[in-house]
Design a binder for this molecule. Structure first.
Ligand code: MRU
Length: 365
């Protein structure tokens, strides 16, 4: 998608074909500096410090992290070490494990001398597939927005509520939840997005709002607590969110606060859709109770960063010194609250049967 009118992706290679470039997302919406990854340690740090974030992007950067490791040392021990270190960076998004297992499956049988080139090729393939998969999610989800548009009075926009950032900056391009929105906007359908600010790290206010603004999609940032009120007033036509891990029964882990939105949507009869690539399905987990929920430093809650009038970025404390903060980064929404999944293969019910109807090869696995 576009930044300053220019099409960009979130990961690309420098001219040497080996140095990995991405964006440091921690300074959005004010700045978006390019981040250079030259070593395995650069990749692990970028993921752990959330300079890159969002389930599919974490997987892609981890894949390139393995490639950087193979560039330095293509031995079996280095491959093990890279997968273990990267795998420990963030616990909830299963795309990380998916990408690392894919890299290991491809690289382990090779002679060490063949590994570097193959690792870069596989990481590039993961990125290309991500773009195609997200575009397909957009095409599969577009009819849901078209149907909502037909129910609106002429000229009234379809109001879509989203949480966190499941946009192109969380993927390689298009985003998951945002792909249908971008396609609808390009098709001339009037859409308006309610953007949950998404405390404590404000991925909605800082990242989703930035993305939508760059694409010219009408949107309004709202406090996390506002969604229920808007739904009761009939101001939300549908919710569309991303996810970090879906269990085999359809339970959905996503950014903290998603569950509350799903409850409010259920109570108000507002459709609640979850967009996901199949790399986000954890077929090994029967339900969401075993999904590891990341707990992050309380400082993320206690401190807020922003740009001052004279252009400096400053961080201030908003809680009393000494008050402890609890910072659970994700929650699990039970499948029964999800109207449907939007995947690259189509729309299905949020259930094991629904998922298997789109991925029948998994029934035998
Ligand atoms: O903690 P983050 O910013 O990595 O969390 C991201 C989200 O929760 C996204 O909504 C999710 O990964 C889906 S991304 C397409």
């Amino acid at each position: 998608m576009r930044i300053g009118g220019k099409h960009r992706r979130t990961v690309w290679l420098a001219e040497d074909g080996r140095t990995v470039l991405t964006f440091d997302q921690t300074r959005l919406p004010h700045e978006l500096p390019v981040l250079t990854l030259e070593r395995l340690a650069d990749s692990t740090h970028a993921i752990r410090a959330m300079k890159v974030r969002g389930a599919p992007l974490i997987g892609a950067v981890a894949a390139y992290g393995v490639a950087l490791a193979m560039r330095a040392d293509p031995s079996d021990a280095a491959l093990d070490e890279a997968c273990a270190t990267l795998g420990a960076t963030r616990p909830t998004a299963v795309n990380l494990r998916w990408a690392l297992e894919r890299m290991r499956t491809v690289l382990a049988p090779l002679a060490p001398g063949e590994r570097e080139a193959r690792a870069y090729a596989e990481a590039a393939a993961i990125c290309e597939e991500d773009v195609a998969v997200n575009r397909a999610i957009g095409e599969r989800g577009l009819p849901l927005i078209e149907a909502a548009a037909r129910r609106k009075r002429r000229g009234e926009p379809v109001n879509i509520l989203t949480h966190c950032n499941a946009g192109w900056l969380a993927t390689i391009d298009w985003g998951t939840a945002t792909a249908p929105i971008y396609l609808a906007h390009r098709a001339g359908i009037a859409v308006h997005v309610w953007v949950d600010e998404t405390r404590p790290r404000n991925q909605g206010a800082a990242i989703t709002a930035f993305e939508l603004g760059q694409e010219g999609v009408p949107h309004t940032v709202i406090a996390d607590n506002a969604g229920g009120h808007l739904m009761r007033r009939g101001m939300v036509d549908l919710c569309l969110v991303g996810t970090d891990r879906v269990a085999a029964n359809g339970d959905v882990a996503n950014k903290i606060g998603t569950y509350l939105k799903a409850l409010a949507a259920f109570d108000n009869g507002v459709p609640f859709y979850v967009a996901l690539p199949s790399s986000t399905i954890d077929w090994r987990l029967a339900d969401g109770s075993a999904i590891p929920i990341e707990e992050r430093a309380g400082e993320e809650l206690a401190l807020v960063s922003g740009r001052t009038r004279d252009g400096r970025i400053e961080t201030v404390r908003i809680t009393p010194d000494g008050s402890p903060c609890g910072n659970w980064a994700f929650d699990v929404t039970p499948a029964r609250l999800v109207t449907a999944f939007v995947t690259e293969r189509g729309v299905c019910r949020a259930s094991e049967a629904g998922l298997l109807s789109l991925y029948p090869e998994r029934a035998a696995a």
